[in-house]
Design a protein around this ligand. Sequence first.
Ligand SMILES: NC(=O)c1ccc[n+]([C@@H]2O[C@H](COP(=O)([O-])OP(=O)(O)OC[C@H]3O[C@@H](n4cnc5c(N)ncnc54)[C@H](OP(=O)(O)O)[C@@H]3O)[C@@H](O)[C@H]2O)c1
Length: 276
Amino acid sequence: MERDLTLVTGGTGMTGSRIVQRLRARGEPVRVASRSSACRLDWDDPGSWDAALAGVTRLYLAYAPDLAVPGADRTVAAFTRRAAAAGVGRVVLLSGRGEPGAQRAERAVQAVADSAGLACTVLRCSWFAQNFSEGQFAPAVRAGELVLPVDGVVEPFLDADDVADAAVAALLDDGPGAVHELTGPRALTFADVVREIAAASGRPVTFRSVSLADFRVDLAAQGVPDDVLDLLAHLFTEVLDGRNARPTDGVQQLLGRPAGGLVDQVRRSAAAGAWS
Ligand SMILES: NC(=O)c1ccc[n+]([C@@H]2O[C@H](COP(=O)([O-])OP(=O)(O)OC[C@H]3O[C@@H](n4cnc5c(N)ncnc54)[C@H](OP(=O)(O)O)[C@@H]3O)[C@@H](O)[C@H]2O)c1
């Protein structure tokens, strides 16, 4: 019998690359897709979508840069429609937590899935711990100072390895879809995280809080375009306004084990040389 083929969009990214690794370790056929992959897929080029979807039965849907970008809901809904037409029976959508753009995208994908008979699972995730070691904050941490327009707000940072385990469980499941709210076990401030990184890496790293206006001016002077500034402003105000401070037991519910803590993740990253 032919094995199911899983398409991992964002397959070179933080969660996608981990999912690909896990599926391959289980001997599952996987297709990696992104703008730079051998299988090229670009959200802004619908002409690239059908070749990526040919022969696929399971789909990991990770939209970049963010579901909060205007029009992202229409793009992911259109892609899900094409996926259904190509024979996909299960979609796992990576989403944010309590954020209007992500909620619009979830509703749009779910509506297509319902009408096309796809099982749809949504992973509503808090901010990833790996943002500091692999993602957008890593260069600043390596340079010794992280400057952000946040002050005392806390966030239950989530280990991207837990996201990948959750996504693989959802992709390989045979039951109906579900919504899972995934967070780390404990909420920390950004200053707390930087202190943990300094302790684990033995490097002098500090955190400084600035106003949103100063943050925008600094990044604009570094050549960051306006649409990216708007997205960052949205993430640091609406998403990080304290609404997501409460940790959930979503990882425990889905995987039957506790979520990984940020301090452990930071120690692993330091040992692997993330900030050297
Ligand atoms: N970081 C967080 O804390 C966090 C928390 C919750 C949810 N999320 C959500 O996670 C998603 C991002 O997933 P991730 O963090 O696993 O990935 P990521 O590390 O941000 O990497 C982005 C991935 O998408 C690909 N990509 C970028 N632009 C693309 C385009 N125009 N068309 C097709 N592929 C494109 C990239 O590869 P190429 O450059 O080769 O195209 C890469 O594989 C976003 O929707 C974000 O909202 C993030």
